[in-house]
Design a protein around this ligand. Structure first.
Ligand code: KG4
Ligand code: ZN
Length: 348
């Protein structure tokens, strides 16, 4: 069976066709994965402007879907269902994908499947590597989220922790803006950090020991917090006269060391606590070179298998949504035609 996937939660318009392989260990193959990035539009404003994003999705969606079908040599009647990101994300952006998918499902008679954006990111690990050994602890780290999930059964996710304030990608974007590096900040800091001294400046690491008042069921010590770190970088930059290129590289490297250490440490503490058979990192920040290297290094030392998506599957794309849609569809899940976008959709 082939699934059409549609993703419009933030600033990429994406459509993909993913097909079942019949191989239980590596269940899906990508036939096409078309991504129209809006980065050049938002760069001018230093971040994603929701109103501009939704308008651009409207311009791009028909062409992106047509190209995804053409590249996959797939006609509408070759498809088994249509999967779409229902949330979380920017509501105006989500609505474009959801409306398109509902209209396409109504016109073609195909079933509709609603997908959680983060379930999509988690599925990018399976798309690239095949099924993960379970139980698995997965870190989803993107522009909007930084959370740990326990996967005990395929397709079911238990939240172990989350960020109390900024997401890691958001911290990258804000610090890059402070340093005058433009949008998106993650790739720019990652590049510059390579020529910087990661011990040049002392930046604080936040360790949380108490439960979150808003989520008392979680113990809290696996939670993340990045807003203090961002403020410390701002103070450091403001307290200086001129900032040289080398200073900027040093700040980027020092910032990146603190973020990556916080992410990897919590992931492996959780892995031990829940006796994980594997760990994985997904989401836009999983493209980070230091995070990838430290994950593999720690995984070897702990003799615990670790998984990453390919670079092109790390950031937002519709192939991961189609894959998560296939998993849900095979579990008997479809969406009604009055499906609505949900900007704050919970996972699990
Ligand atoms: O998953 P994603 O494409 O969109 C969301 O769902 O948020 O993630 C985008 C985030 C941005 O904050 C971007 O700066 C960050 O991922 N990112 C990176 C890198 N590439 C993208 N952060 C650190 N290092 C990178 N190489
Ligand atoms: Zn994402």
């Amino acid at each position: 069976m082939r699934m059409l996937g549609i993703e419009t939660s933030c600033d990429e318009t994406s459509a993909a066709v993913v097909e079942e392989t019949g191989d239980a260990a590596k269940p899906w193959a990508i036939r096409s994965n078309v991504i129209a990035s809006q980065v050049p539009i938002h760069r001018e404003w230093g971040g994603v402007v929701p109103e501009l994003a939704s308008r651009q999705h409207i311009r791009d969606i028909c062409g992106v879907v047509a190209r995804a079908l053409a590249e996959a040599e797939t006609r509408w009647h070759d498809l088994g269902a249509i999967a779409v990101t229902q949330g979380p994300g920017l509501v105006g952006s989500l609505l474009v994908g959801v409306s398109f998918a509902k209209a396409a499902a109504a016109a073609s008679g195909l079933p509709l499947v609603a997908v959680h954006h983060l379930a999509g990111h988690i599925e990018s690990l399976v798309l690239h590597n095949g099924e993960l050994p379970l139980p698995s602890v997965i870190l989803v780290v993107s522009g909007g989220h930084t959370s740990l999930y326990l996967v005990e059964r395929r397709g079911s996710y238990q939240t172990l922790s989350r960020t109390r304030d900024d997401a890691a990608g958001e911290a990258y974007d804000k610090v890059a803006k402070l340093l005058g590096l433009g949008y998106p900040g993650g790739p720019a800091i990652d590049r510059l950090a390579k020529s910087g001294n990661d011990r040049a400046i002392a930046l604080p690491t936040t360790r949380l020991t108490h439960a979150d008042r808003n989520a008392p069921e979680l113990k809290g010590d696996l939670d993340f917090s990045f807003s203090g770190l961002k403020t410390a970088v701002a103070r450091h930059v403001q307290g200086r006269e001129g900032v040289s290129t080398q200073d900027i590289a040093d700040i980027a490297a020092s910032f990146q060391r603190v973020v990556v250490t916080a992410l990897i440490d919590r992931l492996f503490v959780a892995a031990r606590r829940y006796q994980a058979a594997s760990v994985g990192i997904a989401g836009g920040v999983s493209a980070n070179s230091r995070l990838r290297a430290e994950l593999m290094d720690r995984s070897e030392r702990r003799e615990l298998p670790a998984f990453l998506p390919s670079l092109s599957l790390s950031t937002d794309n519709a192939a991961m949504i189609a894959a998560a849609g296939l998993r849900a569809f095979r579990a008997g899940v479809t969406a009604p035609m009055d499906l609505n976008a949900d900007a704050a959709l919970p996972l699990g």
